[in-house]
Design a protein around this ligand. Structure first.
Ligand SMILES: Cc1ncc(COP(=O)(O)O)c(C=O)c1O
Length: 214
């Protein structure tokens, strides 16, 4: 993986017993990691899980995450899902949207991208700080024909969101969020999670940088 990612990521991989082989750059330079993987594949001892192109990723997330979302709305509002957002890295999680649309055909799917690296929206190829997403590519498992919108989320807003959830419980409580919920949010989201929250909440807002893909 790229050498300028968060220390939590490296710690998690070491905890699994893995060794790190770091390539240059950050999230926006995943291509270098893929090139390294291609080199490593020349040794038949190595196997790549190939999350960007193999369908177990799509199938697992469509089934597990998609059906979890469908279950989660039972008894909430009209019990239906109107829209699903996910910020693609591999775009595996976006596959949940396909399952949601199968259950609720009126639902729309929005892919979220960093404003600073808006590859699907307009071929943008900049650097950004939302780890796990916006890898400057459209992956083979991304079902583009079922993606209705791209919404662009600004880097700075995700970083501010992480800070508010992490350090701003008192402010959230003053704004009316329940104490237990505000404290529970502290470690619940990283930047890509906040990006998803912002994407979902900007769905109807006029300030959303939404582009219809069709
Ligand atoms: C922190 C984080 N957020 C979001 C994603 C994107 O999820 P997906 O690969 O299912 O599109 C990833 C991908 O690995 C990730 O590591």
């Amino acid at each position: 993986m790229p050498g300028s990612m968060s220390k939590e990521r490296y710690a998690r991989i070491r905890k699994y017993g893995g060794e790190l082989d770091l390539t240059r750059g950050s999230e926006s330079d995943v291509i270098l990691t893929l090139e390294r993987t291609r080199e490593l594949m020349k040794n038949p001892k190595n196997k790549a899980l190939a999350q960007f192109e193999l369908f177990p990723n799509y199938r697992f997330l469509r089934h597990v995450t998609g059906n979890s979302a469908i279950q989660a709305v039972q008894g909430v509002g009209n019990g239906r899902i109107a829209g699903f957002t996910s910020a693609p890295g591999s775009a595996g999680t976006l596959a949940a949207g396909d399952q949601i649309k199968a259950a609720f055909p009126e639902a729309k799917i929005a892919a979220l991208e960093p404003y600073e690296c808006s590859t699907l929206a307009n071929g943008g190829r900049g650097q950004h700080r939302i780890e796990g997403i916006g890898d400057k590519m459209c992956t083979l498992i991304h079902n583009l024909l079922n993606t209705d919108f791209v919404i662009l989320i600004k880097d700075e807003e995700t970083v501010q969101g992480v800070k508010i959830f992490h350090d701003g419980a008192d402010s959230l409580i003053k704004l009316g969020v329940g104490r237990e919920l505000a404290l529970g949010l502290r470690d619940a989201f990283g930047p890509s999670g906040i990006c998803n929250v912002l994407g979902a909440s900007s769905w109807r807002s006029t300030s959303a940088w939404a582009l219809e893909t069709t």
